[in-house]
Design a protein around this ligand. Structure first.
Ligand SMILES: CC(C)(COP(=O)([O-])OP(=O)([O-])OC[C@H]1O[C@@H](n2cnc3c(N)ncnc32)[C@H](O)[C@@H]1OP(=O)([O-])[O-])[C@@H](O)C(=O)NCCC(=O)NCCSC(=O)C[C@@](C)(O)CC(=O)[O-]
Length: 366
């Protein structure tokens, strides 16, 4: 391999990250500008020179350190709370635009009761209209057997079950106790696996509940472990009402990751108190590499009054790229998508990074 003056600081940066030390300023700058090319260059170089072991090490590094997987929840979590019904065409256009931005996972639908969440009533048609063999994975919420059957019939390849660490929230959200929800989930996960689907799991109210207040991290760890043991490949920790602070997020991840490997955890922060980006930064420092977010910061949970939208995907992408991680997401396309859907919904554009990039795009200075 040819080492150049350009590659040395970048390799130093990788080594620094591997040894969990902070990046030097020079390395941060060089990573921000060259990381995509560097990744490709090192990997191809390793293969070309038959440095197979090095190639595998690097691939392992990429899998575990260099890539932040963003789970875009805008079309589901973002839209489910909109009071005016969003047309099928607009939803589909949104999902297709997000796919075109390079997002690896998009939560596109929700097979829940249309009486409870009318906005998601067209989920079957949405899933039927998506190309399920596209590299972007499309996932859907499923609360019970009925929802699973509908998702399967529509052609869904992945579902997400959703429970809570609060008894009251569980009853308000899915009309059953935590234990009853696990009885349903057990059957849903088993049948989903028989259908060849993969299953993600959500735990809501991981820091606090809108009805019960503070939630113990021991309870969260226990519920998350129960869900993981059912066969979910990933557990997303939901700060449903967006009250967490970075220290609380850090402590929570430390606690839950004593039960579940950190690679199988995701974070899902709402931004009610403007702490979501700080919480994600703390989570990344604790080893989290999967982050849920919503384009333009859309959203809110219908059963958590006052909770604001998810952290904006644009802000997460800007943070991740700034830290030298890859996301596979084209920020400019994402910003155009975020600005478009905000206009469609008649809302102000809810991403700080998005607003800044948009100002540059429109002044031709990007
Ligand atoms: C779970 C249920 C269905 C129980 O609702 P239920 O009323 O107890 O259910 P049921 O079995 O008695 O059925 C009642 C009616 O709903 C129908 N039904 C039953 N199931 C389905 C289904 N899957 N799809 C379509 N229809 C369904 C069923 O057929 C029946 O219809 P009817 O006979 O009256 O005409 C209901 O409580 C529900 O739909 N809840 C959904 C709540 C929801 O979507 N919340 C928002 C998502 S969670 C969230 O946002 C948090 C998260 C994930 O983002 C993470 C975070 O931020 O914390």
């Amino acid at each position: 391999m040819n080492f150049s003056l350009k590659t040395i600081p970048k390799l130093g940066a990788i080594a620094a990250r591997l040894s969990a030390r902070p990046l030097s300023t020079a390395a941060q700058v060089s990573l921000q500008f060259h990381s995509r090319h560097l990744v490709l260059m090192i990997f191809l170089d390793a293969l070309y020179n038959k440095h197979i072991q090095f190639g595998f090490c690097f691939f392992f590094f990429l899998q575990n350190n260099g890539f932040i997987k963003i789970v875009e929840v805008g079309p589901r979590d973002g839209l489910q709370n909109e009071s005016k019904i969003v047309s099928f065409e607009t939803k589909l256009e949104l999902i297709n635009l997000l796919t075109n931005c390079g997002l690896p996972v998009i939560e596109a639908a929700s097979f829940v009761s249309p009486k409870w969440v009318p906005q998601m009533a067209d989920s079957s048609n949405i899933i039927k209209s998506l190309n399920q063999s596209h590299p972007t994975k499309y996932t859907s919420l499923v609360p019970n057997q009925r929802g699973l059957e509908m998702a399967h019939k529509a052609g869904a390849k992945e579902i997400a079950i959703f429970g809570a660490a609060s008894e009251t929230f569980s009853r308000k959200n899915i009309n059953c106790s935590i234990d009853e929800s696990f009885e349903k989930f057990e059957m849903v996960v088993k049948q989903a696996k028989d259908f060849g689907m993969s299953v993600r799991g959500y735990v809501s109210c991981v820091v606090a509940c809108p009805y019960e207040g503070k939630i113990s991290s021991d309870v969260v760890a226990d519920i998350s472990a129960r869900m993981f043991d059912l066969g979910c490949y990933e557990i997303s920790l939901g700060d449903t009402i967006g009250v967490a602070t970075p220290e609380e997020s850090r402590n929570l991840i430390r606690k839950v990751s004593t039960h579940i490997p950190v690679e199988n955890l995701a974070v899902h922060f709402h931004d009610t108190y403007g702490q979501a980006i700080a919480n994600i930064y703390a989570s990344i420092q604790e080893g989290i590499r999967t982050v849920d977010s919503s384009v333009a910061g859309l959203g809110g949970c219908p059963y958590a009054v006052g909770a604001s939208g998810n952290v904006a995907t644009e802000d997460v992408v800007y943070l991740a790229h700034g830290l030298g991680f890859l996301t596979g997401v084209n920020l400019e396309k994402l910003v155009r998508t975020g600005s478009w859907i905000s206009e469609e919904l008649g809302r102000p554009y809810g991403s700080k990074a998005g607003q800044a990039v948009l100002a540059k795009i429109t002044s031709n200075d990007y």
